[in-house]
Design a protein around this ligand. Structure first.
Ligand code: NAD
Length: 313
């Protein structure tokens, strides 16, 4: 099990949990990121390489001796990507092509790429969205993610690169919100902790698929360990509305939040629940953390942050 993995963008929300889980499973971990984690001090058993993806020599150095590359770095989120599509392509698509190129030169045969479960499908009529639903992204973020997926398939055809492309739904949990606001659950909990009202785009019936971060990284590791290849939805396969979330936030925090409803945003996919039958066929059944428990754990972490008990702020 002593595989050496490089986690590009490993000091963000998902990466920080992935590091913990992979170390627990006996992997050797190197991280390539612009900066250290925001909420924790550097870990003694991780080899950190601080640099930017456009620094090709640093990236090359970071890839030496690596068996699996995880690519999590993203310079945009759906809400910002439409503002400057050229920057989105330059900062996400081009660096990914550099990663693919270097992997090929160095003979690294396995890539795990973090695409997006909501953004690549766009608004679809399907109740449950399977991996074979036609892609119809409605933001530059989704278009770039979909394009990257196609390039990864091209590298499979041209150079026999093994790849696992995961399309995450909405992971949530402690340490979310590293750099840019992403994730309604942690945003709401932070607002409550600061005594602010909650803003809801739409009427609160938008239903999405949420997955607790510890479930997310555990399932991802299972996929790697059965050597799964190709595209996988990675979510809970169940939907919760924003109003359901507000109910759990109120229950976890013991407060009744004030809510301000405003019009829906055009870049946001309003309803999606991932079909995870391919995932279940590949790794077997999985018991997911209840939304109630996941929200309560996240609240505990936010309260700890306020009393400064976990690392840096
Ligand atoms: N969190 C979610 O809800 C969610 C949902 C779907 C898909 N994803 C995808 O999963 C991946 C990880 O998400 P996250 O929530 O952990 O994001 P995050 O923003 O918390 O972490 C991304 C990390 O990438 C690093 N990074 C960005 N640009 C870089 C560059 N040019 N060079 C080096 N490092 C760079 C950042 O410093 C950061 O540590 C992203 O690709 C994201 O698009 C996330």
């Amino acid at each position: 099990m002593n595989k050496y993995v490089l986690i590009i963008g490993g000091n963000g929300f998902i990466g920080s949990h992935l590091i913990d889980h992979l170390i627990e499973r006996g992997y050797k971990v190197r991280v390539f990121d612009i900066s250290y984690e925001r909420f924790r001090n550097p870990l003694p058993n991780v080899d950190y390489r601080l640099s930017k993806l456009d620094n090709i020599p640093d990236l090359y150095e970071a890839m030496l001796g690596i068996d699996i590359v995880f690519h999590l770095a993203s310079a945009s989120v759906p809400s910002t990507s439409n503002v400057d599509q050229i920057a989105d392509v330059n900062n996400n698509l081009i660096p990914t092509l550099n990663i693919l190129n270097l992997m090929n030169r160095l003979g690294i045969k396995k890539l795990v790429y973090f695409s997006s479960g909501g953004a690549v499908y766009g608004n679809t009529e399907s109740g449950l969205i399977g991996e074979d639903v036609p892609l119809n992204p409605i933001s530059s973020y989704g278009i770039v993610k979909a394009s990257i997926e196609h390039y990864i398939h091209l590298y499979k055809r041209l150079y026999n690169l093994d790849s696992l492309i995961v399309r995450p739904s909405n992971p949530y949990g402690p340490r979310q919100g590293h750099f840019i606001a992403q994730g309604v659950i942690s945003t709401f909990l932070r607002k409550v902790s600061q005594g602010e009202e909650l803003s809801v785009f739409g009427d609160g019936t938008a239903t999405k698929d949420y997955i607790y971060i510890k479930d997310f990284v555990s399932i991802l590791t299972k996929l790697i360990e059965v050597n799964a290849q190709g595209v996988f939805n990675l979510g809970s396969g169940t939907g919760k509305s924003i109003n359901d979330i507000i109910e759990e936030v109120n229950s976890a925090t013991g407060q009744i939040s004030k809510v301000n409803y405003t019009p829906q945003k055009s870049y946001d996919v309003s309803h999606f629940i991932l079909d995870i039958s391919k995932l279940k066929r590949t790794i077997g059944e999985f018991t997911f953390t209840d939304l109630k428990d996941g929200v309560a754990e996240t609240w505990k972490w936010i309260e700890g942050l306020n009393t400064n008990s976990e690392g840096k702020k």
